[in-house]
Design a protein around this ligand. Structure first.
Ligand SMILES: NC(=O)c1ccc[n+]([C@@H]2O[C@H](COP(=O)([O-])OP(=O)(O)OC[C@H]3O[C@@H](n4cnc5c(N)ncnc54)[C@H](OP(=O)(O)O)[C@@H]3O)[C@@H](O)[C@H]2O)c1
Length: 300
């Protein structure tokens, strides 16, 4: 009998990769949820509605729930604290309670922004101290998931890239608009340190943790981290993008000042010991991962 996984946010940047990873393995039956972008096999469910969520759990009866849906743009969260609370915290509570009733395991996707970035690297047991409202909301989501059941899981990940429908979908790929525009000088942040990570690598870790959870429930639970291991600023990423696609870099200037908007951690590098000690994980080098993601947008 197939193992059953329910994925929230399956129309999103990470959720799409997670949906693809599970769907490529015949031993899994997959139900992906989406909201404004529901199409194809994805089911439209507003996860802030308990009635809609209850119906999904009653009908599908998942064994594993990958909870990826969230408001994840720090500047949007600053402007909409109530809507963020309903999505990032209240919906998480509801999902975990419904999963608890049916014996399903929840893996809550979280972020390196739960840390203040002053003292990296951060291991799984490091103390969170989020600097902005997005980080606070994701930390509250983590606490909620683990309060409903300490057996649940949390997977923290850093800045993500992967196959995008438009360049604005990822905080990495959005840099490419300016990289391509060689006629105009542009400034790229060269202050905050980041570890860009391919969504497909995160999806592999999520599937590995889920398989292991169903093999040996007591071996999996609590907080995990997964991250690429290349320390880069946005300026560094822009230069790698340009070089790997044969674009000149002389129009790209480095900006040594902290970024503007909601405060961001300087370097929230995630130590990934718990996943590594299981022998799980995959790290695609940034230059190899980013080239096929961007090449459809070069107009060549
Ligand atoms: N992207 C990053 O760089 C990054 C970094 C660290 C952590 N994370 C975490 O990774 C997870 C996934 O992020 P992402 O980048 O994939 O986000 P995303 O691309 O913005 O996708 C968000 C997802 O949430 C869904 N959603 C929003 N409101 C909903 C609602 N009311 N009901 C049901 N679904 C709803 C969206 O569905 P529709 O689009 O169909 O409306 C979409 O599938 C999040 O938990 C985020 O905090 C992301």
């Amino acid at each position: 009998m197939a193992k059953k996984v329910l994925i929230t946010g399956a129309s999103g940047l990470l959720g799409r990769a997670v949906y693809k990873e599970f769907s490529s393995d015949e031993s899994w039956e997959v139900l992906g949820l989406a909201f404004s972008r529901a199409s194809g096999n994805l089911r439209k469910v507003d996860i802030t509605s308990s009635e809609e969520l209850t119906k999904v759990f009653d009908e599908f009866k998942p064994q594993i729930v990958i909870h990826s849906a969230a408001e994840r743009k720090p500047d949007a969260v600053e402007k909409q604290p109530e809507a963020t609370r309903r999505l990032n915290i209240d919906a998480t509570k509801n999902i975990c309670e419904l999963a608890g009733r049916t014996g399903a395991w929840v893996l809550y996707i979280s972020t390196d922004y739960v840390f203040d970035g002053k003292n990296p690297p951060y291991n799984e047991d490091a103390s969170p101290n989020p600097l902005n409202k997005y980080g606070v909301s994701k930390r509250e989501g983590e606490v909620t998931a683990l309060e409903v059941s300490k057996e649940n899981g949390v997977l923290r990940v850093p800045i993500l890239y992967g196959h995008v429908h438009n360049l604005g979908e990822s905080a990495v790929t959005c840099l490419f608009e300016k990289v391509m525009d060689t006629k105009n000088q542009c400034v790229m942040n060269d202050y905050e340190r980041r570890y860009p990570t391919h969504c497909a690598d995160i999806a592999v870790v999520i599937r590995q943790l889920s398989d292991q959870k169903l093999k040996d429930a007591s071996s999996i639970g609590g907080i995990y981290h997964w991250s690429g291991d290349e320390n880069m600023t946005k300026y560094d990423m822009a230069v790698v993008m340009a070089t790997s696609l044969g674009i000149p870099t002389s129009h790209i200037e480095a900006d040594k000042n902290p970024s503007v908007g909601a405060p961001r951690p300087y370097n929230a590098h995630l130590g990934c010991e718990r996943v590594e000690s299981l022998g799980f994980g995959r790290r695609t080098p940034f230059k190899d991962g980013i080239e096929p993601v961007l090449s459809p947008f070069t107009g060549k």
